[in-house]
Design a protein around this ligand. Sequence first.
Ligand code: ADP
Ligand code: MG
Length: 688
Amino acid sequence: MNKLNESVQVLKGIGSSKAKMLLRLDIISIEDLFYHFPKGYKDKGIITKIKDIMPGSYYNVIGTVESKAMESRSKRGLLITKFIIVDETGSFVIVFYNNRFIKNTFKIGDRVIFSGRTSLINNKTSMECPEYEKLTENNMNLISIVPEYALTEGLSQKEMRKFTYRALEFADNSIEEIFPPEFRKKFKLAEINFALKNIHFPDTKKSLQRAQRRLKFQEVFFFQSYLLKVRGRSAAEGKGIVFSGEKHARDFIAKLPYSLTGAQERVLEEVFMDMKKPDAMNRLIQGDVGSGKTIIAFLALLNCVKSGCQGVMMAPTEILAMQHFETIKEYICLGKYDIKVDLITGSMKSLYRKEALESIKEGMTSIIIGTHAVISEGVEFQNLGLVITDEQHRFGVRQRALLQSKGINPDMLVMSATPIPRTLSLVLYGDLDISVIDELPPNRKKIETYFIGSDKRNRLYNFVKKLIEEGRQAYFVCPLVEESEKLELNSAKEYCENIKKNYFKEYNTGLVYGKMKNEEKDKIMTGFKNGEIQIIVSTTVIEVGINVPNATVMLIENAERFGLAQLHQLRGRVGRGEHQSYCILISDSNSEEAKSRLKFMTKTNDGFQIAKKDLETRGSGEILGTKQHGLAEFRLVDLSKDFDIIKTSKEANDFLYKNNEIKKTEYQKMVKYLNDKFEKIIEEIALN
Ligand code: ADP
Ligand code: MG
């Protein structure tokens, strides 16, 4: 019934072998073919009527071949082929030189588009050696803008065009429009059949733009709708928890060895305001590395616990989770509170885990810190009121949603050091409120960043040695170089042994890597924290969150392997104390692009600038991590450019939800479509 779901094989010209080729492009159904958008267009420019043609200029003309091609020889023996073409306004001559094939290429009656320069030959307007393309399928090439597709072996550009054209004929303008007319009018959205036709075979540039706008809107809008759905937003309003532990949290601030920065104070007020309200909080705290987000998280947790609820904080790595666990325990000690905190990680011993789970379920444990393990089955809460995710960009939408689903509409706080441009966060979070900690604690020195080649290694190590002699500590990061984990580990081990043997004999080094046992990691990190270990050599695991103020050197090998945002994160591990800190990027890459990225790092410490640059150079999919979560694939939208579309989509969502507009009959088609799509995605995720 629904033509969109039919196999591409219903189309003329697509048998099992072409279908297999199309499958390589993930094209199975008619709909897939429609949504395999052109990657670009060949612009043939404006089509000119023959009567308007003047000699000496460049034109595109569509005409019918009227005469047989006549061959003649010039005095010098040049082969000249000429024939006449006509349209409803006139006729002119096409001329080719030294091309024996032309004669048999064109028959009388062929419709052809010619593009070329005109001149006067023997007093007749002629076009010499034009580019040409025959119009075979009905009207498909009667246009000036021709689509160009991503192809696969065995499929030609012409075939792809033909198939898409036939698919459009097959669908015959009967694709169901899920947006009602008033909605489309309000947000200036073209009709779906128009959009799909014109994204492939635009009549005019304007039509193409309208088609793009509609389809881009659809991408962002669907994605935002999934987010809203995941979060169960409509159910959430007015049914959150009213927290009452604010006073305790405020009392605690006085016990801190420092006072909060103005930015921290402001953000804290915003958080507490949300927590007081009966609506569930949905807030992103964005603050550059070292801006002091953890204390805000703790104060929110304290407010929550003193209101009789449990709070959970999820971190992307075990080391970070452990560090938060330690920090929070210190705060609790400082405040002399009787609050039980438990750590849940994937690699913890099952006996301890069992105990902790029991305690959480019974409500004895009030604060839970953990990795992804806290969203696993088997973790049950008694009364979960607040959910915090740290360095949230590492988590998928689904993971956040799962965590939230462990409580009954808990408040939600996400913390990120990766500054996300406002437009992007709209896409990522829909209606998340944003607080920005735009100030670093006082007396922080600017981190000096250098980009060097490995030929300077000796001098560099001497420099680091001097700093260590002054009592400082250093991180050495060696990114994954080998394909296999084992080899990678070996190379990190080798590196470690090498620097120890040849440069840093008198000092202690510790090696930290991804799959290391928890206790071992813990031992090394503790050793580093209390100064027994001077150098930590790590693969990439220290990327986020670690806080050792005495560490002042961040040395990154093969720095070109990291994205800018990652480098910024790594750099943020130093510069946390009173001493001058250094970040040294080592790379021998010959790529100009890599060199320019690394140079950029030496010029700015501004996380926002860096995120922007990263977005421009790497594209959004990678940064958002949406692709691997199956939630959205932005084919048309460029998140670093299409701000207008993103804004429109947000407005549309606001419009639909704020007035309960979405409940109206005319939107039910859309709701059903989104539900079906959503179910399919959830199923896909479950299968993965
Ligand atoms: P991030 O925002 O990167 O998570 P942290 O919360 O780890 O930063 O804080 C970095 C360091 O700054 C910690 O040692 C913390 O104790 C300290 N800190 C936080 N707020 C202040 C402040 N207002 N004044 C001085 N130091 C602070
Ligand atoms: Mg942090």
